[in-house]
Design a protein around this ligand. Structure first.
Ligand code: ZN
Length: 59
């Protein structure tokens, strides 16, 4: 597993649901840079973690 910072956009997409499930206290994860926050406005491409985990890994 490469550092998250080194993942390509597609690799990031594949790992996003798993990453999101590891940070249940945060409510949003950024689809673009994988940063997490409880505040939607602190991320550039926020996705609700609950939604992401429910949907599972991206194709
Ligand atoms: Zn971002």
């Amino acid at each position: 597993m490469k550092p998250l910072c080194k993942l390509s956009k597609s690799q990031l997409a594949q790992n996003l649901a798993r990453l999101a499930s590891q940070v249940p206290q945060c409510q949003f994860i950024c689809k673009k840079c994988a940063r997490v926050s409880v505040h939607k406005k602190e991320l550039c491409k926020p996705v609700p973690i609950r939604k992401l985990v429910a949907e599972g890994p991206a194709e």
